[in-house]
Design a protein around this ligand. Structure first.
Ligand code: GLN
Length: 286
């Protein structure tokens, strides 16, 4: 066609954009996930179409995403989503990025649920953040009646939106740990991934993009775990279980808390990196 304006610059190809991102210091995988997300294509497509020219708007969104990632933002915030236990969850800086470690807690919960005496177990996820634990349990064990709490209104908005988008019937309550639910509320299974990093932990600066409230209760890191254990007997039906995620070096401390609170069958499970990550116990039958 005559008279068409000549392009001012050759558009970047997929391969050129990925090479550019790596030169900016991005991981190859992060770059592929960012570009694939923008183009709504998988990594296989990117490899098979490495000479595909990028529309200017896509190239610009990609370079902006790379800039944020290179500045240390978690990829999940840049993408706005994260996979957890087979669900795609939307995330924002108002919530902790769901971690594979926490799938250990969900797997344990899913093993326990069919063994409980009731066919319609009542489950609570204290400090739900994005809703990860509550939503995964509701998805995999539809008979469960799941409640999720958080102190942060912003976090609850993210969790609620995830529940709505995924069509999962989770109820939400705002408040600090047990204060979020009525004093006489009783559950068959209590789950929590509370903040457990010690206030002076050397890793906290690396997690600066995530909400501090979700990472550390300050002090020795056990404050939230203590509070949850202390209130649990009054909110668990006899025979019900409390499962807690904790730091790699906190299993003995959490087991001691559970013992002191009268729990039985206390045990610890390891995460995918083989670190002791979750400890739980059963409220004794009277
Ligand atoms: N597992 C997270 C981390 O170590 C901490 C999450 C939490 O405190 N619950 O990065």
């Amino acid at each position: 066609m005559t008279g068409a304006p000549a392009p001012r610059a050759e558009p970047l190809t997929v391969a050129q954009a990925l090479a550019w991102a790596q030169a900016q210091g991005l991981d190859r995988l992060d770059a592929q996930l960012l570009l694939g997300h923008g183009l709504q294509q998988g990594r296989g497509w990117l490899i098979a179409h490495d000479d595909h020219p990028l529309p200017a708007a896509k190239a610009q969104a990609f370079t902006e995403g790379c800039r944020r990632r290179a500045a240390g933002e978690p990829l999940a915030y840049v993408l706005g989503e994260r996979e957890f236990h087979g669900l795609t969850l939307q995330v924002s800086p108002a919530v902790l990025v769901p971690r594979p470690d926490t799938e250990t807690l969900v797997d344990w919960a899913l093993e326990l649920l069919p063994t409980l005496e009731t066919a319609q177990p009542r489950v609570i996820d204290l400090g739900t953040g994005s809703g990860a634990i509550a939503l995964a349990v509701a998805y995999r064990h539809p008979a469960a009646a799941v409640v999720a709490t958080d102190l942060s209104r912003e976090a609850l908005a993210v969790a609620r939106a995830n529940a709505q988008r995924l069509g999962l019937p989770v109820a939400f309550a705002e408040g600090a740990w047990w204060a979020a639910v009525p004093a006489d509320a009783r559950y068959d299974l209590v789950l929590s991934n509370p903040p457990y990093i010690a206030g002076d932990d050397a890793h906290l600066p690396a997690l600066r993009h995530e909400p501090l409230l979700a990472l550390t209760p300050g002090g020795d890191g056990l404050g939230a775990l203590r509070e949850i254990v202390a209130g649990a007997p009054a909110h668990l039906r006899p025979g019900g279980w409390l499962l807690l995620e904790h730091g790699w070096d906190q299993a003995d401390a959490v087991a001691a808390l559970l013992r002191d609170a009268g729990f039985a069958q206390i045990s610890t499970r390891r995460d995918i990196a083989q670190r002791p990550r979750c400890t739980g116990g059963c409220r004794r039958q009277p």
